[in-house]
Design a protein around this ligand. Structure first.
Ligand code: CU
Length: 291
């Protein structure tokens, strides 16, 4: 549909790259055309009323008012269309997004741990099991607080800023935050979800096009909010396996290090991004939003 692409471009939306995104685009498109029609309709009506009930034609006020039933019918139609939008499109789409998660075995599950001002990713590694996490283990070189004593966490993969996922496979991202409320927003995948301290909020999507997409924080979260960006790379299954292998090798090196690494110790698996400047040296340990 050409008009769909036009409206998306006009709104500054990147082209959709997820399986469910077309439904969201359709609802956005329909709402914009509908609101446009309402705007033109009501504006015309307003101008007509100004002219029709001008003082020169109606020197004395008419207390009975409008007698024609047209305005009632118009208002009823608007309510009806809005009800259809809500009940027929918005609620079913929303229910599908929040209730019908793909089965865990089929999907790729990743923990997204937000902090001022970057997104960290935690993947389970070859054993498919996430290692235990605890805020007491959080340090500059252990951004998600992986427990160094948990064998399940030995092969876990932790990255900052960039996540790779395979194409055509559902991804479940479980969002959490170490400090304040952030929002994990991937415009091309048509998903966004708040990352709230003390909560685990899952969102899911199925990427259908390989490529590199922008991830941004959509919640004003502090002075460095403007720079809280990341990258989502959708790979072919082969490229994804190669990336996993590379990350697993790096993680293996990092996990072999001392259990409580000092912040200065350079680690191969540690994030390549510079540490944010507008935060204390240790992220807040308690799940209490402070900004
Ligand atoms: Cu943020």
């Amino acid at each position: 549909m050409n008009s769909l692409a036009l409206i998306n471009e006009f709104l500054g939306q990147p082209p959709n790259a997820s399986a469910h995104g077309y439904q969201i685009d359709h609802i956005i498109e329909f709402c914009h055309w509908f609101m446009g029609a309402l705007f033109i309709g009501w504006s015309t009506f307003f101008i007509f009323v100004l002219f029709r009930f001008r003082k020169r034609r109606q020197p004395a006020a008419d207390h009975a008012g409008v007698r024609s039933p047209i305005s009632t019918h118009l208002e009823f139609s608007v309510v009806l269309i809005e009800a259809v939008l809500l009940v027929g499109f918005a609620i079913p789409l929303w229910a599908k997004r929040v209730n019908q998660f793909p089965p865990g075995k089929e999907a790729l599950v990743v923990h997204v741990v937000a902090q001022q001002f970057s997104f960290n990713y935690h993947l389970p590694g070859p054993d498919g099991q996430f290692g235990r996490r605890d805020v007491s283990f959080v340090s500059n070189s252990n951004p998600v607080g992986l427990d160094p004593n948990d064998p399940a966490g030995k092969d876990d993969i932790v990255t900052t800023g960039e996540l790779h996922v395979p194409v055509d496979r559902p991804v479940i991202a479980e969002l959490s935050s170490k400090d304040v409320i952030h929002d994990y927003f991937v415009p091309a995948m048509r998903i966004a979800g708040d990352a709230i301290p003390g909560s685990l909020i899952p969102v899911w999507f199925t990427p259908i096009k390989t490529g590199t997409y922008e991830v941004i924080c959509a919640q004003l979260c502090g002075l460095g909010h403007y720079g809280m960006k990341g990258t989502l790379v959708v790979d072919t299954p082969q490229d994804y396996q190669a990336w996993l292998k590379e990350r697993a090798e790096l993680a293996g090196g990092a996990q072999g290090a001392a259990p409580s690494p000092s912040p200065g110790a350079a680690q191969p698996g540690a994030p390549q991004q510079p540490q944010p400047q507008n935060k204390p040296s240790q992220p807040a340990a308690s799940p209490s939003p402070s900004g």
